[in-house]
Design a protein around this ligand. Sequence first.
Ligand code: ADP
Length: 480
Amino acid sequence: MSYTAYLKEANFIAGAWVGADSGENIDVTNPATGEVIGTVPACGEAETRRAIDAAAGAFDGLADMPLLERVGLLWKLHDALMDNQKTLAELLTVEMGKPMAESMGEIGIGAQYVRWFAEEVRRAKGEMVPAPTNGRRFLVTKHPVGVVGMITPWNFPSSMLARKIAPALAVGCTVVAKPATATPYSGLAWGALCDEVGFPKGSVNVVTGSARKIGGAIMDDPRVRKVTFTGSTEVGKELIRQSADTVKKVSMELGGNAPFLVFNDADIDAAVAGCMVSKFRNSGQTCVCANRIYVQDGVYDEFVAKLKEKVEAMKVGDGRKDGVEQGPLIDMEAVEKVEEFVADAKAKGGEVVSGGGRHGNGLSFFEPTIVTEATQEMKFAKEEIFGPLAPIFRFTDEDDAIAWANDTDFGLASYAYTRDIGRIFKLNAKLQYGMIGINSGLITTVEAPFGGVKESGLGKEGGSQGLEDYLDVKYTAVDF
Ligand code: ADP
């Protein structure tokens, strides 16, 4: 089936496919070809309010649906994702640029989130707390928070919604989702799939258009009880401020600045393989990508030589072509940002040993790049790169490496390669990060809580914690 089967050029509100009130549309471009693949409605406040009306109207029905019936709908949603995996993956690649293999993986993990939360919701248990006197019972029960607003980015246009929509629907929350403007179709596909499998009208609404207007309407409305956002720290902070007026629950998955530590005792081949996947997956455009690679001096040269070999063998191109491992960046602004990081590093003594500039394919393609002799004074030591640039720092002392790793406002993912068990526990204690990969460059999994500390966010996605974030706890005292 062609990807156009799920390319919906309309918004999904109250169970109907509709356009913007103004009739205006926004073009959506394939970054690998520069071609416009379609349009989506340019919606704003009025349409968002109607989506919230629909979600609020559908809430009681979904929350009161027998648990096993809701779980059954999630099973069907899982199957619909897997049955259409290739079609949905192609849609994702065409609007976003990542290689087909990565898109297939993204749809696959999205389906796994649906299955995980369908399983986990059956164990969303409450408690009976012992009372201090006779004749009393204290019940602690869990209830869906209500309508949930979801704002998601372009780098994982399908799976970022999976982690939010699946737990929300599992517990009976209804949804108003705003996907990123660059990649709206994978978000709209969630509306289509939820409708196909039989979720009641209004359960899932998807609105595209102005972030400020749609976001504003979601944040202003007291009926929206929770907002869950994945994106930049800057926008996340603004949403946290906006949430104060109606005291919404917030979940925030914000920026990262992941350190990747390689110690002298590491298995260097494994460290290089882990670095490739952590750094270059999605062209470096993930919030858990290695941003600063700290290598101990005893293995520095070996690590750089082996990484260089792998980086220079990478095939860059249109993600739909066979064997392509790196697609384009999302837009030219992203390219300019990576160029700035390279120029800044060069000016401060960094050495470009691979790549370093725009790729011969033109458009927003960028060469996989390695900069050695990176230092804490360079811009990427503080800022998220979000591109295929691997800066390699040198360290001698373990405590310096840990201190540098923590020297950032962010605290999302971190990685370390070592075979010393004592050091592993020290890293677990000392690294100020929500996630730590030891001898692993790929740690995202549905079973574990994904999320950051410090300015990387609030709340968790996945794991049992990822369900709790959609539940309110209620306490009832019964005297008898
Ligand atoms: P990125 O561009 O790196 O994904 P952003 O934080 O800019 O990060 O965008 C993430 C999502 O937040 C997108 O869907 C975007 O449209 C939306 N967004 C951007 N600015 C705002 C805002 N002021 N209010 C609400 N949503 C916003």
